[in-house]
Design a protein around this ligand. Structure first.
Ligand code: GLC
Ligand code: CA
Length: 549
């Protein structure tokens, strides 16, 4: 490789740098450029010593969140729930589960977070309820065709005796998406649809009562001071006319496909417009939708000015550490929102996907995983828009290979023990000390076991070490918030050697360079503000990124 091609300093003067997303206007609203921190409540911090994280545990750690520099927290569901899917099965959407500390704890969290200038956003689950929700219990005790049944999706079965499900839909968690009920007289009855677990019956969004109830829920939380919502399965809710069969071969568990009739049906946009009309009564509040839609045109529809404020773009959370894939993911994410002047969102992981440290590891080098995750946080935080950090990512936590007998994700059972599910990315956070449970809880019996090796990754250890992943996050977030080089909404790309990429914020001129190739590379001119690994003879080593000003 000649010096010229392995050196970004020549590329830096490349006049052909393309400007992207120039038409996106400024980011005047708090959420457009915010650092959101996702808290998986079971796993963050346990206050009452039952081994399961709770809201008072979150309050206890607000000082930590302030130190990290987050602007807002997103709490995964804490509403009343039998916890068949750890809170994503809600039995009362306007109350907080006792496991998490009840309504008083949430009120206290809102108050105390606001005192520290941290916004509080909550998960909202409009696609389905728990099978223990009063509506579903009423539906089971009511006649076919009754008003109570029409809040859900009940159908007669096929075949002479109705013993076959109404269509071939599969549950995202494995097995069929239909369950047959037993009528009050003991006879087999109708079937109900559940795109997720059996305990999560889908609501019938054609029934106006369903939105009327969601409106109550939205106002209930907004009036208590909640700053916004993450909307679960925001591409679900609406179902296609006649519930046509799906092509089963295309869709694996927990994966998505744009032609899947279970999701992304056009009727969903009216629902988002109704939600937005409520949110517009609370001008400082926002929504971010979970949208597993690949096509940029279809994706953009969700973030039109009268729908969601933000949509999760999961491209960066799905790809490996590959400069072309990273560039393509960034370009697509910017393109997807450009046509509607939307705000980009960036996320490397969440409670449903493998942690990035593990995703980037190679068989011969687990260290590569952590180095690459550190590099990618500089890429992510250099980009314009809202950033979502999943709790524990700032500690560089990997996924945990848990033993079979502790697995709890419904996916494990429903897949007939062929898919391990998502527990590996949900292990409780290590706070301090040298042995599990690392002050996550006073109870050694935590809901998922914490590996002893995490002694090296505790918050306490990392706060004291300027070279830790936590220190890198803190420094990067602080620069992003305070340095003028992060101004503006557009980025321009530099030409870069194979395996590398570099871009610049058009207005502030911050340069971010990523080396995903095998050789050290020269850097563009400028002062190095921060790098994810020490430079080697002035060059950026493999599996590293740097910011230059
Ligand atoms: C979303 C959530 C996931 C949950 C599912 C069902 O995909 O992120 O954790 O299991 O919805 O509510
Ligand atoms: Ca607890």
């Amino acid at each position: 490789m000649s010096d010229e091609t392995s050196d970004l300093s020549t590329a830096a003067s490349d006049v052909s740098a393309e400007v992207q997303s120039q038409s996106v206007p400024g980011f005047p609203r708090w959420w457009q450029n915010a650092i959101f921190y996702q808290i998986y409540p079971r796993s963050f911090s346990d206050d009452n010593g039952d081994g399961i994280g709770d809201i008072r545990g979150v309050i206890d750690k607000l000082g930590y969140l302030e130190l990290v520099g987050v602007d807002a927290i997103w709490l995964s569901p804490v509403m009343k729930s039998p916890m068949a899917d750890h809170g994503y099965d809600v039995s009362d959407p306007r109350d907080i589960d006792d496991l998490f500390g009840g309504l008083d704890a949430l009120d206290a969290l809102i108050r105390e977070a606001h005192e520290r200038d941290i916004k509080v956003t909550m998960d909202l689950v409009p696609n389905h309820t728990s099978d223990q929700h009063a509506w579903f219990i009423e539906a089971l005790n009511s006649e076919p065709g009754s008003a109570a049944r029409q809040r859900y999706i009940f159908r007669d079965g096929l075949g002479d005796d109705g013993s076959l499900p109404p269509n071939n839909w599969a549950s995202v968690f494995g097995g069929p998406a239909w369950t047959r009920i037993t009528d009050t007289n003991g006879q087999p009855g109708q079937w109900y649809l559940h795109i997720f677990a059996t305990e999560q019956p889908d609501l019938n969004w054609e029934n106006p009562e369903v939105f009327a109830d969601l409106e109550k829920t939205l106002r209930f939380w907004l009036d208590r001071g909640v700053d916004g919502f993450r909307i679960d399965v925001a591409h679900g809710m609406a179902k296609p006319e006649g519930l046509p069969d799906m092509v089963l071969d295309n869709v694996g568990l927990l994966s998505n496909d744009d032609n899947d009739p279970r999701f992304n049906n056009p009727g969903v946009h009216d629902i988002h417009r109704q939600i937005r009309a409520v949110l517009d009564d609370y001008p400082d509040a926002m929504t971010v939708g979970e949208i597993w839609v690949d096509d940029n045109v279809r994706f953009a529809e969700y973030v039109r000015p009268d729908e969601l404020h933000l949509g999760f773009n999961f491209r960066l959370a799905k790809i490996q550490f590959d400069s072309e894939a990273v560039r393509e993911a960034i370009e697509h994410s910017l393109e997807a929102i450009a046509s509607v002047s939307g705000t980009p969102t960036w996320t490397l992981s969440n409670h449903d996907v493998e942690r990035e440290v593990t995703r980037y590891s190679t068989a011969d080098s687990p260290q590569a995983g952590i180095d690459r995750a550190r590099a990618m946080i500089l890429v992510e935080l250099a980009l314009p828009g809202a950033v979502f950090i999943y709790n524990g990512a700032e500690l560089g936590l990997p996924n945990v290979d848990l033993p079979d007998d502790v697995l709890q994700d419904p996916v494990w059972e429903r897949s007939g023990h062929t898919e391990r599910g998502r527990d590996g990315c949900r292990v409780p956070l290590p706070w301090e000390g040298t042995t599990p449970p690392f002050a996550f809880s006073s109870n050694p019996d935590t809901w998922l076991p914490i590996p002893a090796e995490w002694a090296a990754l505790t918050v306490e250890t990392q706060l004291e070490d300027v070279n830790s992943t936590l220190s890198l996050y803190r420094q990067a977030i602080e620069y992003r918030k305070t340095r003028p080089e992060f101004a503006g909404e557009a980025i321009e790309w530099y030409g870069a050697p194979a395996g590398c990429l570099a871009f610049r914020r058009s207005l502030g001129k911050l340069v971010c360079a990523l080396n995903a190739g095998p050789e050290p590379i020269g850097l563009p001119p400028g002062e190095v503000l921060l790098s994810s690994a020490p430079l080697v003879d002035g060059k950026l080593p493999p599996n590293a990124a740097a910011w230059l000003v």
